[in-house]
Design a protein around this ligand. Structure first.
Ligand SMILES: NC(=O)c1ccc[n+]([C@@H]2O[C@H](COP(=O)([O-])OP(=O)(O)OC[C@H]3O[C@@H](n4cnc5c(N)ncnc54)[C@H](OP(=O)(O)O)[C@@H]3O)[C@@H](O)[C@H]2O)c1
Length: 279
């Protein structure tokens, strides 16, 4: 048997018993929604990096290995850590500390946490002797290699990974990072407001599919405007969409006069306080 064939069959044998024959580029502990998005985005690179994921959620991890030849499932969380150069922690916040307490890291590993509220100080304490750590806030759009991911501190391997997934904001200040965390919490409210417009249309007798299509088209047009004029201030873009004396201006003025904008800022302040209090 040729040497190359022997090493391939040895490698296959080790994988089958859950022992990685060599380190993957990335390992994910916690295989849920955001891991799926990151693995999809990373796997679209050419060549795709080797990735190892933890078994839970079984449906997600099995789905990823079925779709991507560069992805394999480890036997457990420690096997992910042992099998990857850069480990991404992506469990839910309530599980993160327990999960970390059971893991042993190597000195040369990079650990990137996407867990909300887990500070760099706490992460560093939990993963020692590993000392290269970073936090990041990826959004689901990383699946399509789009988006802007805040990263703190600007650890080189973390920056390189997220640059593969879109663009990054490299931060050297954790308070700024926490502010981005708070701002990211506006997404669901924005969709909720759009759902309000959709429901209002339906309430006036518009068929639901037409109402939904119209609101989606409205927001798609706004997204295009944002992409076409990346340097224009958002407040000015809003004015561009509010002809003086027109219908948009009427709604904007009414909503602002009733304090909605101030409520949004207050809600973000509260989230920022909650994020800061978590560490
Ligand atoms: N979703 C986003 O857009 C987003 C964006 C930025 C950051 N984040 C952060 O990313 C983290 C994950 O969010 P998510 O939306 O991906 O949550 P999710 O879909 O609920 O995924 C969490 C995953 O962790 C698994 N898990 C639970 N306990 C575990 C353990 N002991 N060991 C290994 N895996 C375990 C869960 O498996 P089971 O289903 O079997 O319990 C689940 O697959 C959160 O901390 C969140 O703050 C999320």
């Amino acid at each position: 048997m040729a040497a190359e064939e022997r090493s391939l069959s040895l490698s296959k044998g080790l994988d089958e018993v859950g022992v990685p024959s060599r380190r993957a580029a990335y390992g994910f502990v916690g295989t849920g929604a955001i891991t799926r998005a990151m693995v999809e985005g990373l796997s679209a690179a050419d060549p795709a990096p080797e990735i190892v994921v933890s078994p839970r959620s079984a449906a997600v991890s099995a789905g990823l290995t079925a779709r991507f030849g560069n992805v394999r499932v480890a036997a457990d969380n420690q096997a992910v850590v042992d099998g990857a150069a850069c480990v991404v922690l992506a469990t839910r916040p309530d599980d993160a500390r327990t999960v970390l307490a059971d893991l042993t890291f190597g000195e040369d590993q990079v650990v990137v946490s996407v867990v909300a509220g887990l500070s760099v100080a706490e992460l560093t304490g939990a993963v020692a002797p590993a000392h290269e750590v970073a936090r990041a806030i990826p959004l689901p759009s990383v699946a399509a290699r789009q988006g802007l991911v805040p990263v703190f501190p600007p650890q080189p391997a973390a920056l390189a990974m997220f640059r593969e997934l879109g663009a990054v904001v490299a931060l050297d200040d954790e308070t700024a990072f926490d502010s981005f965390s708070a701002a990211s919490a506006f997404a669901a409210t924005q969709l909720d407001l759009l759902a309000t417009v959709e429901a209002w249309l339906v309430g006036r007798g518009v068929p639901a599919p037409d109402a939904s299509a119209y609101v989606r088209e409205l927001i798609r047009g706004l997204s295009d405007a944002l992409a076409e004029e990346p340097d224009r201030e958002l407040a000015l873009l809003a004015s561009d969409h509010a002809t003086p004396g027109g219908l948009n201006e009427q709604v904007r003025t009414y909503v602002r006069a009733h304090g909605v904008h101030e409520l949004v800022a207050t809600a973000l302040d509260d989230v920022a306080r909650r994020v800061a209090a978590a560490h």
